[in-house]
Design a protein around this ligand. Structure first.
Ligand code: HEM
Length: 326
């Protein structure tokens, strides 16, 4: 009797605690070390899969970094970008050039062998994005874990910032995800890695806004360089580095290129024209070794982005394979 009374009391106390927590909007948040007892090797498994893929194809580094951004900005960081199938997010135009899905799938296969049904695909992607930055010369950071995977992935939900966006629009898009202007500039600094297809930005170098001339924000010596790489009627899928001269290295050369008018995308170069965002770029570049400031700040803003609209509690699942819902 006493025992029944006690367990009833414990149950009620527990339920009250759950209700109070829920009422306060405090669902469990992802935290560093979430898999410490359930899958202690999660980080080393992801790291070694990423490393081995990177050795055979350096382009997966920018691919995965961008994939995490595209995941977080659409339905939150819930692995929805990883789902294959007709009309899934992967089929939306900005996602057609994503790379590295096989890396996440591979890590998932290895994790299912070590700790079945435990690690979410959204967490694997967040870890892999951290690892590609470290493995290309950037600074590391601790990734909070414990995201659940979403069950919905629709191409029609994909509404990402565009390379033609002026700074106020970029600020708005980031603010909608609780990311401030400092985060915007820092995260766009991720363009230190990777490439863009000529078709995405070519007009800027030939006929900016139908003026018949290149964008005046471009350094005049940079114009012929890009014009020869991306001729007006040439192949729109040819890709050029977003960070001229340092495409594979996570460094601050992209920010230096903005300062010298060598940004490839309109949206990137605009960060140097707008006084508020320029001040942030200047602050990074003001140091003798700018990476000492940019590196940790990038990790801080990535951590913030990696927590955008995360699913915990009962609104998600741990997928068995990352490309399909259970
Ligand atoms: C205003 C925000 C942003 C805009 C407008 C933007 C736009 C773009 C565009 C147009 C491309 C080239 C795509 C292609 O031609 O295939 C690109 C590539 C890339 N973006 Fe962004 N981006 C933004 C923010 C970010 C953020 C926050 C990150 C990560 C933290 C990121 C990481 C990358 C990377 C790494 C690439 C190179 C991809 C590759 O080489 O495969 N971008 N971005």
């Amino acid at each position: 009797m006493d025992r029944a009374y006690n367990s009833g009391y414990v149950l009620i106390t527990f339920m009250v605690m759950v209700m109070v927590t829920a009422a306060a909007g405090q669902l469990p948040r992802p935290r560093v070390g979430f898999y410490l007892s359930s899958c202690p090797n999660v980080e080393s498994i992801v790291r070694s899969v990423v490393r081995s893929h990177l050795q055979s194809d350096r382009r997966i580094a920018p691919g995965i970094l961008r994939m995490h951004f595209h995941d977080c900005f659409v339905r939150g960081c819930d692995g929805s970008v990883l789902i294959a199938g007709s009309n899934s997010e992967r089929t939306a135009v900005p996602n057609l050039s994503l790379r590295g899905f096989e890396v996440i799938d591979d890590a998932k296969t290895q994790l299912e062998a070590s700790c079945p049904n435990t690690v979410s695909c959204a967490d694997i992607l967040a870890l892999a994005a951290r690892d590609v930055v470290l493995l290309t010369g950037g600074t590391t950071w601790a990734v909070p874990l414990g995201r659940l995977d979403g069950r919905i992935s629709q191409a029609s939900d994909v509404n990402l910032p565009a390379p033609s966006d002026p700074v106020p629009v970029q600020k708005q898009d980031f603010a909608a995800k609780n990311l401030n202007t400092q985060d915007l500039v820092t995260l766009v600094g991720g363009h230190t890695l990777g490439t863009a297809g000529c078709g995405v930005f070519r007009n800027r170098f030939f006929n900016f806004n139908n003026t018949g001339s290149p964008d005046p924000a471009i350094n005049p010596t940079f114009v012929p360089q890009i014009q020869s790489q991306c001729p007006l009627n040439g192949d729109a899928t040819v890709r050029v580095p977003l960070d001229t001269g340092s495409v594979d290295r996570f460094d601050t050369s992209f920010l230096q290129n903005l300062r010298s008018g060598r940004g490839v995308l309109f949206s990137d170069q605009a960060l140097w024209s707008d006084p508020e965002t320029r001040a942030i770029v200047e602050r990074f570049l003001g140091l003798r070794l700018p990476i000492l400031l940019f590196g940790p700040e990038f990790g801080r803003s990535m951590t913030k982005m990696s927590l955008v609209e995360v699913k915990t509690g009962s609104d998600g699942e741990i997928r068995r394979v990352c490309s399909a819902v259970n």
